[in-house]
Design a protein around this ligand. Structure first.
Ligand code: SAM
Length: 280
């Protein structure tokens, strides 16, 4: 294994700073620097981008991002114990790493970074979906980010890239695929992490599209999709009863059979339905 920088191996960093993993913070660390460099490469060309990293922990992915040439990295870490280790990384890459000890849910990236911005993270499992939904549903589009390269539990990754007709297809697939291109770029077994989690993981790469694939009001689309999948076993005419009084007509006008279930409806058809409801 070749070194990607002159800093100590991550096992040594963890021992020196006594960073025993805490379950409550979703800590499953990546200690193989070749692997973190590989994940960083999935984030695309970094030399002309700033990068937001959530949950750097002992800094494996952070080092990968910096070694891959990221212009500037903002690393937001909740666990105060990790900060001294991350400061050592900052010292090895002068002026290129800002370490913020705080909660990712509270940070405004644009207060720290200059576009174009890419996001890369091995996310804490407990806030991963919440962060993704926030990044996918900003008030204005295009969003602050150009791409997201994110580690998720495999089951969540499958939901992001799911197509109609599959069990994994739902709100997350619609949100992700309406205004972004989403694909799974790496799969990782539990043994890649320390400590190993119970399930496999996957890295998803999402690229923001300049505009939505199909026109629709974001709030109406979100309401329709939430109602449709909240009762995914029901026919749409029943599941969407509360969304519009003449839902059968609206479904037909959108080219959707009222007896269909949410799982069978394409993104394009959901957008068409949102437009029909908005017009009403
Ligand atoms: N990036 C490191 C790696 O790949 O080895 C650590 C990944 S670990 C899955 C998730 C990290 O997110 C932990 O370091 C944890 O302390 C941090 N974390 C958990 N909740 C957080 C929050 N709300 N804001 C920022 N960081 C958080």
């Amino acid at each position: 294994m070749s070194a990607i920088d002159t800093l100590p191996p991550l096992r040594e960093v963890i021992a020196t700073h006594q960073l025993s993993a805490r379950k409550s913070l979703g800590q499953n660390f990546l200690l193989d620097l070749n692997l973190t460099a590989k994940i960083a490469r999935q984030a695309g060309a970094l030399s002309e981008c700033d990068v937001l990293e959530i949950g750097p922990g002992p800094g494996g992915l952070t080092r990968g991002l910096l070694a891959e040439g990221a212009r500037q990295v903002l690393a937001v870490e909740k666990d105060t114990r990790c900060i001294p280790a991350l400061q050592e990384v900052a010292a090895a890459y002068p002026g290129r790493l800002e370490v913020l000890n705080g909660d990712a849910l509270e940070v405004d990236p644009l207060a720290h970074l200059t576009p174009p911005i890419r996001v890369a993270a091995n996310l804490p499992y407990n806030i991963g979906t919440e962060l993704l939904v926030r990044w996918l549903t900003p008030k204005d589009w295009p969003p602050f980010w150009q791409s997201l390269t994110l580690m998720f539990q495999r089951e969540v990754a499958d939901r992001i890239v799911a197509q109609p007709g599959s069990k994994a297809y739902g709100r997350l697939a619609i949100l992700a695929q309406w205004r972004a291109e989403a694909r799974i770029v790496m799969s990782l077994p539990p043994g890649a992490f320390t400590p190993p989690p119970k399930v496999s993981s996957a890295v998803v790469h999402l690229t923001a599209l300049p505009a939505p694939r199909f026109p629709a009001d974001p709030q109406v689309l979100s309401r329709v999709v939430a109602a449709a999948f909240n009762q995914r076993r029901k026919m749409l005419r029943a599941a969407l009863k509360g969304v519009s009084p003449d839902i059968e007509d609206r479904l037909l006008a959108a080219g959707i059979k009222p007896t269909e279930r949410a799982e069978q409806v394409s993104l394009e058809a959901f957008c068409s339905l949102a437009r029909q409801i908005e017009e009403g």
